[in-house]
Design a protein around this ligand. Structure first.
Ligand SMILES: C[C@H](O)[C@H](O)[C@H]1CNC2=NC(N)=NC(=O)C2=N1
Length: 95
């Protein structure tokens, strides 16, 4: 079982990430990405999906036309873990 980040670790990690915000009433973080069009949004989602599958850590997400909203949390820990931070960094590398 992977450990949840402590409040300090969580604050530090969020401060180091650009655009990610804590989710209200839940130990999770979210970021919304805007693209030029649907094709760009879906290409991004494809990259994220392949990276997520590779690390066996999957986003919760939605897509409306050219907007993609991603929420990260580790289900088995019921909160944010190092895995979410690692995936967020990979995702940020795709934009
Ligand atoms: C068996 C497998 O390792 C787990 O179900 C993985 C898959 N992807 C996952 N993704 C996320 N976000 N949290 C998890 O706890 C998780 N667990």
């Amino acid at each position: 079982m992977i450990a949840r980040l402590t409040a300090n670790e969580r604050d530090e990690a969020l401060a180091a990430l650009v655009g990610w915000a804590p989710v209200k009433d839940r130990d999770a973080m979210t970021r919304t990405f805007m693209f030029a069009d649907f094709k760009e949004a879906f290409a991004f989602m494809t990259r994220v999906a392949l990276a997520a599958e590779k690390m066996d850590h999957h986003p919760e997400w939605s897509n409306i036309y050219k907007t993609v909203t991603i929420t990260l949390s580790t289900h088995e820990a019921n909160g944010l873990t190092r895995r979410d931070i690692d995936l967020a960094k990979i995702i940020d590398g795709f934009v």
